[in-house]
Design a protein. Structure first.
Length: 291
């Protein structure tokens, strides 16, 4: 049995889609099962509830061999690290109680991020909590999601700009969520691995935000530029969107770590994933911008 959390989320839904045609039984934890694809509701065991609920995960992990674990965001939390850990502690108890063999968790790329790196530090702390159970563990150490740009599709179309806190001329490790999901699905279907390891996930590109702007311009056939947002302005933007002080500061600390090169070492040594930035722009960003 494979258990999938966040089956209607950006990554979890792609993991679920990859497993639907396989022979392995699948169980999902979903707050709103009606958001699942019809064929998924027919094919999988659906447990209604939140995977942050101790009773729900205890029930869901019964009989499970492998679990896909992802902590959902909460922009209103008053402590980012506590958010990650409070969601994961009940899972650890259920993993131990039911003898789950393998956990695949979405994590983050980066070195030197064990403290003072906001969301990156919180994700590492979550990984360590899962490791402490002794379960077979793979942390999917992902770069910055290409899909983060989708929220600026209208700005690109109407203003010819997108905004990032990263230095416009500095290489930034990125990854398409489809490649995170594909790696997760492969590991969940493979019952031969043991031990605890990190799996760096980066695109085949070594490009900066300025390079991204050039590629976006070519794909969209309209001029688009990247504007670097100062960190204080980046925080203010998050607060204006309703984020808590803690969440906004966590985003700033994460961006500062990226600017300081937290991704660089692993980026250089990682085995590239299949999807390049131009391909992602052609297949995902262009339809979103031109819709």
């Amino acid at each position: 049995m494979i258990v999938i959390t966040t089956p209607t989320g950006q990554i979890g839904r792609q993991v679920l889609e990859a497993l639907l045609d396989g022979d392995q039984p699948v169980r999902v934890i979903a707050r709103d099962p009606s958001r699942l694809p019809a064929r998924a509701r027919e094919r999988v065991d659906v447990l209604t509830g939140s995977h942050g609920d101790p009773d729900v995960v205890m029930e869901a992990f019964a009989g499970a061999d492998s679990v896909f674990w992802l902590v959902p965001p909460d922009s209103r939390t008053d402590n980012v690290e506590d958010h990650y850990l409070n969601w994961t502690r009940p899972a650890c108890e259920a993993i131990t109680r039911h003898g789950v063999k393998r956990v695949v968790a979405v994590s983050t790329l980066g070195t030197g991020i064990e403290k003072n790196a906001g969301h990156l530090t919180a994700s590492v702390a979550k990984d360590e909590l899962l490791r402490s159970t002794g379960v077979g563990f793979r942390a999917l150490r992902a770069g910055a999601f290409m899909e983060n740009l989708l929220g600026q599709a209208e700005t690109m179309r109407s203003q010819g700009e997108f905004f990032l806190p990263s230095a416009a001329d500095r290489v930034l490790a990125t990854i398409a969520t489809r490649d995170i999901a594909a790696t997760a699905a492969r590991l969940l279907l493979d019952d031969s691995w043991t031990g605890q390891e990190g799996v760096p996930l980066v695109s085949p590109d070594r490009i900066s935000p300025d390079d991204m702007a050039q590629i976006i311009s070519e794909v969209l056939e309209l001029p688009v530029r990247c504007r670097q947002v100062p960190l204080d302005a980046y925080k203010e933007m998050a607060l204006q969107r309703g984020a808590s002080e803690a969440w906004a500061q966590g985003l700033v600390d994460m961006a500062a770590a990226q600017i300081d090169g937290a991704y660089d070492t692993e980026h250089q040594g990682a085995q590239p994933s299949p999807t390049g930035f131009r391909q992602w722009c052609e297949e995902v960003l262009r339809p979103a911008v031109l819709a």
